[in-house]
Design a binder for this molecule. Structure first.
Ligand code: BGP
Length: 460
């Protein structure tokens, strides 16, 4: 076999609570920011479809786990919902939620599928957002209590924990670019949210270690390699700044236990540093992880700014660089993201060379495509483009692993077509096609290809 992966490689997929569970206001669950935002502004969501309208994992979990088995998964990541487990954010634990998540975890284990559990995947309980969300340190403390409760309830069965999924995304979406609630555009507040998220992560890691649990804890980061337009120092500097803001603002604290000195200097220069308190430094040093999840979808290409900075304009990341469209780039036109397979290799070799080669795995990678029904052949979707997407990324991953990178698995986003935030069901990502009306599930060609690859631990 040409591309054989190391023994015990994790083959699986990822999803999140809010994007799959449905029953978003049943079973004792309280509202997340998404439920509230959707109720207020349904027009901002593709075709007016909100988080109550999903693949219904809350009802169909057993059937879906049977599908995971058919897809030959040996591991699977999903998230717990804070607002389902602790509806008022800080008080009583909801027994219905404990029962639901226990059933899911037990069934995964019974099917030989290792559960990977994320604690927070973009779904802030509204009660916590009303207190200021991540801008408020009390919310940071409440998150730590929630994490501790999860470790105590499920830690005997769950051995792979992740504090956050893509923590930079709620910063970008909620506080810079208006694609998450609370729709603020303010860099200083964004920096505070990012900083407090790192503190929340570190507190949870501390709590996990203090509990002497027999397992490992990490975080899932979306790493977008920053490529400069050219080797000109101005372009290189622009790419370095983008890397500091969007990658290293989380990567360095969780792997090195401290922020990059040049990120601190940069924010200081523009008077954007968040407020620190005594003890924060030690706390961040304690937030070092055992396992890094890497979500990779697209690179970030930048160049130096074409125009001068308006001194009266508020500071934004784009004060420091412009985006660059590489001629001839390969695009996923539905999502508007560049497809650049070598990026996955660049990420893991960078981790090997500059971060001590940490234990890591690809926790998300995938391709959302619109109107996939046009590819139906003999009753199922023949998504050859997705097979090509996955296999091309796997080839680069394989190369990195054969050159010594400590990458332990590959999880696809995602196993069944799911609800994609503001995009609703516009772009389909699954190995399994979902008919939203009938809830019928049909395995796509890529699902068959993946099952075969997982079963043989590689492909030709
Ligand atoms: C990641 C998120 C997922 C998922 C995926 C696809 O950023 O962790 O929640 O949604 O991207 O992106 P989208 O759904 O926006 O197309």
């Amino acid at each position: 076999m040409r591309y054989r992966f190391p023994e015990n490689f994790w083959w699986g997929s990822a999803c999140s609570a809010l994007q799959t569970e449905g029953d978003s206001l049943n079973g004792g669950k309280s509202q997340t920011t998404w439920d509230v935002w959707f109720a207020r502004q349904p027009g901002r969501f593709h075709q007016g479809i909100g988080p109550e309208n999903t693949s219904g994992f809350y009802q169909h979990w057993k059937q879906d786990i049977a599908l995971l088995k058919q897809l030959k998964h040996n591991s699977f990541r999903t998230s717990l919902s804070w607002s389902r487990l602790i509806p008022d954010g800080t008080g009583e634990v909801n027994p219905e939620a404990v029962e639901f998540y226990s059933h899911v975890i037990d069934e995964l284990l019974a099917q030989g599928i290792t559960p990977f559990i994320t604690l927070f995947h973009f779904d802030m309980p509204m009660v916590m957002q009303e207190k200021g969300g991540w801008e408020n340190r009390d919310v940071v403390a409440a998150f730590c209590r929630y994490a501790q409760i999860c470790f105590d309830l499920f830690g005997n069965r769950v051995k792979h924990w992740f504090t956050f999924n893509e923590p930079i995304v709620p910063v970008e979406g909620g506080y810079l670019y208006d694609f998450h609630y609370p729709n603020v555009v303010d860099f200083r507040r964004a920096a505070t949210v990012a900083y407090h998220t790192v503190l929340a992560h570190s507190l949870a890691v501390r709590a996990y270690r203090a509990g002497s649990h027999d397992g490992e804890i990490g975080v899932v980061l979306n790493l977008t390699p920053s490529y400069p337009r050219s080797a000109h120092p101005a372009d290189v500097k622009a790419a370095h700044h983008a890397d500091l803001l969007f990658n290293r603002s989380f990567l360095d604290p969780v792997l090195k236990g401290e922020y990059p000195a040049d990120l601190i200097a940069l924010l200081k220069e523009y008077d954007q540093l968040p407020a620190c308190q005594p003890g924060d430094k030690e706390l961040i040093a304690d937030g070092k992880i055992d396992l890094l999840g890497i979500n990779y979808y697209q690179p970030r290409r930048v160049k130096c700014r074409d125009s001068a900075v308006n001194p009266d304009a508020p500071f934004m990341p784009e004060t420091l660089f412009d985006y660059y469209e590489m001629p001839g780039r390969k695009m996923n036109p539905y999502r508007g993201w560049e497809i650049y397979e070598p990026g996955i290799y660049d990420i893991i070799t960078n981790l090997r060379d500059h971060y001590g080669n940490p234990r890591c795995f690809i926790s998300e990678n995938g391709m959302g495509v619109e109107n996939e029904q046009r590819f139906i052949e003999n009753g199922h979707i023949n998504d050859h483009y997705r097979i090509e997407f996955v296999s091309e990324h796997l080839k680069w991953l394989h190369k990195g692993i054969s050159e010594g990178c400590n990458c332990l698995g590959y999880h696809m986003w995602t196993f069944i077509d799911n609800w994609s935030w503001l995009n609703g069901y516009k772009n389909r990502y699954g190995f399994v096609q979902l008919d939203l009306e009938t809830q019928q599930r049909t395995i796509k060609q890529s699902g068959k290809w993946f099952a075969n690859t997982a079963e043989h631990n590689g492909f030709d």
